[in-house]
Design a protein around this ligand. Sequence first.
Ligand SMILES: [Zn+2]
Length: 484
Amino acid sequence: LEAEPLPSLPHSHSFKHTTPLPRPSPHLRRQLLKRSAAQSPGQPGGPWKEAGPRARAPGCAPQTSNASQNPQAQEPPGRPEAAPAPRAAQPSRPAPRTPGPAPRLSARGAEGRAAGTRRREGARPRWGLAATARRLGREPGPAHRRVTAAARAARAGITAEVLVVTSFDELQRRAPEARGKIVVYNQPYTNYSSTVQYRVQGAVEAAKVGALASLIRSVASFSIYSPHTGVQEYQDGVPKIPTACITVEDAEMMSRMVSRGNRIVIQLKMGARSYPDADSFNTVAEITGSKYPEQVVLVSGHLDSWDVGQGAMDDGGGAFISWEALSLIKDLGLRPKRTLRLVLWTAEEQGGIGAFQYYQLHKANSSNYSLVMESDSGTFLPSGLQFTGSDKARAIMEEVMSLLKPINITQVFRAGEGTDINFWIQAGVPGASLLDDLHKYFSFHHSHGDTMTVMDPKQMNVAAALWAVVSYVVADMEEMLPRS
Ligand SMILES: [Zn+2]
């Protein structure tokens, strides 16, 4: 959370940075990728956010999230969208496809980037296909060279006409029109897990019908001209075309322009690059249990964030309330029967890499994990706890939450989840997460707007209180949460 140091934990806490962890073997990594791909984000318990390691390639959204318009193409003030007068006089007639000079839009990448952002980009972990190949111990092959060629093409610039669609279905219906064009997705925001499919899969679907590039309306519940970045995927056997996120406003404007019969040509330039991976670390702290020190209740959030914004909300808030849970319990002079462990995950946004390695190291001990908790969907005023576990465990969690009557947050919802704890939940360990106002969360998510300004200290205090009470009580019960 900004550059201020967090308060240090009292000395009786064991506190350590983990040593560099072994990389997953190629076999395990492939298995994980498969499992991640098989998991539908729309299902209960599915990730709100992108879960599991995914293959990345240059040309994906994060590097180009600040796509912006050429000033010439902007709508003149007082004359929205520059509707040609003759067409306004004949609204019922379909307009010709080429009404005079084409408005030119320029979606720019690196050129539009602030110097500070550019500096940080050099430190971003790398997930190009070539890097993945090296990680798996293989030499980059022709597929990786094609990606590099696509990235080079995008840096040099692609100029093509736009096809605006509002859904994958519309893209299929208009497939013959897509060849040689830049597909612009102007999909409405319904909810994150379904709308994010346009960011994740948009380039693949556009490439399948012969498009040269794709531009995705940012996946956001609200926009003040803010591009939102995030994960996207390529697919083996499908050309890896450049893709970027644009603002909701730009996507809607282009949609209106083409609906009047205007032909839009975009010059797309992107500065996306991939660099080699670098080591990073999970951060672990714990209060050792007084009676069952080998048994664990785990609280967590992730320390990394996207390059845009400060990551105050995603996921500084989750990291902070997890830290605060241990601090509060220590300040109150309490020590639960079993170990209360804080894990601040590294490299969640790059595909849950820190969580995967932690799971590989500790899964043999999973029978000793009573509950895993992660807060990664905001720390606004919580409406309750999401929980995945047996009916017996749920009944216990409802009793635990009834302790929070004084602050009027007692509900236990279904589908506890979190990118970093899903490994454990899938292995049968009870899991819990915080439920709060997701509409607000996805207004700022993965954008330059994710700063300390969106955080509310009072709401965070309530979230921290809930987190501390639940983790302490479950860690201090005589029995572990029943799994069946
Ligand atoms: Zn997050």
